[in-house]
Design a protein around this ligand. Structure first.
Ligand code: PD2
Ligand code: ZN
Length: 298
């Protein structure tokens, strides 16, 4: 079966799956499950040849990522490398400091990423629009309410307001990934007792219910959690496999990544948001993908 003879929609799906970092086996498997004949594998090979997945590696475009190219790239991830003690990374009006940096898994805590007024503006924009947070069911792909995630949330399309566009440009400059690789900005609110139990932010590529989310923008490769409030008690972001707990601090941002340039997923990135015991917790989360994330998913 020839790639050129396939329906344009199927060609497009195949190209974005490959560009998004999906392996040959995963793409072929998804097509077989969808009812295509084994000869489809030939078309997949032709597509791999014509649109190699290396096109998807972000952070290498000098014009779009001036900060990234002037600094060291982390050999284990698709993002810049950061060292503890680096201070005053100038990003527009904000001067960001590296509070700590861990290599395996790759986790960096930045201080001063957001100004206080930006945190407060994001909270006020979101407060009237909160709905219960959902998780994607890896078996059938539906978004479901689950006791494992009890925050409320809302989201904003890329560049939806000047403030959001500015923050997204800051994230792109800091991490070295184009803003087009970002999902819509999620704003999450945790009242007392709300939590997000330990999970991975990447999608298991073997699970049928994840194929649709993977087809738009490819795999998730990194997460930036921006703390919009302090929390009186509880509410830490925890990494149970490495015994790390990060207490929210208004304006700080926690970055972690979990997919190498070769597509290897890091299972040490298991993380959660522990229950809020007193006060409330507000965060903004930006999830980053291997490839461009379509605007219409906002
Ligand atoms: O609220 C958190 O600390 C948290 C924990 C785990 C947020 C996320 N995951 C997330 O937004 O993915
Ligand atoms: Zn998470």
């Amino acid at each position: 079966m020839e790639f050129a003879e396939l329906e344009p929609e199927l060609q497009q799906w195949m190209r974005s799956a490959i560009k998004g970092g999906q392996s040959r086996a995963t793409v072929v498997d998804a097509l077989l499950k969808a009812g295509y004949q084994p000869a489809i594998a030939n078309a997949v090979d032709q597509c791999f040849h014509a649109y190699p997945p290396t096109d998807a590696v972000p952070g290498t475009d000098a014009k779009r990522n001036p900060v990234a190219v002037s600094s060291q790239q982390n050999p284990d991830t698709r993002f810049r490398a950061f060292s503890a003690g680096t201070s005053k990374i100038k990003l527009g009006a904000q001067q960001v400091d590296v509070h700590f940096a861990i290599r395996h898994p790759n986790i960096v805590l930045f201080a001063n990423f957001l100004a206080e007024w930006e945190c407060e503006a994001l909270v006020e924009m979101s407060r009237p629009h909160l709905t219960p947070s959902r998780v994607v069911n890896a078996q059938h792909g539906e978004f479901e309410l689950k006791p494992s995630r009890t925050s409320g949330g809302t989201h904003f399309a890329r560049g939806e307001t000047p403030l959001i566009a500015d923050i997204e440009a800051r994230i792109a400059r800091l991490l070295g990934v184009p803003d087009t690789h970002g999902e819509p900005l999620q704003i999450l609110h945790y009242p007392v007792s709300a939590e997000y139990r330990p999970h991975y932010d990447f999608f298991d590529p073997e699970k049928p219910g994840n194929q649709e989310v993977l087809a738009s923008g490819g795999q998730r490769i990194g997460t930036l959690i921006m703390y919009l409030s302090d929390v009186e008690s509880g509410g830490a972001t925890v990494f149970p496999n490495i015994g790390l707990e990060v207490q929210p601090q208004k304006g700080a941002a926690l970055f972690f990544s979990y997919m190498s340039e070769h597509g290897k997923l890091d299972f040490q990135s298991l993380h959660g948001g522990s229950p809020v015991l007193a006060g409330e917790k507000w965060i903004a989360t930006k999830w980053l993908r291997t490839a461009e994330y379509p605007m219409y998913r906002a």
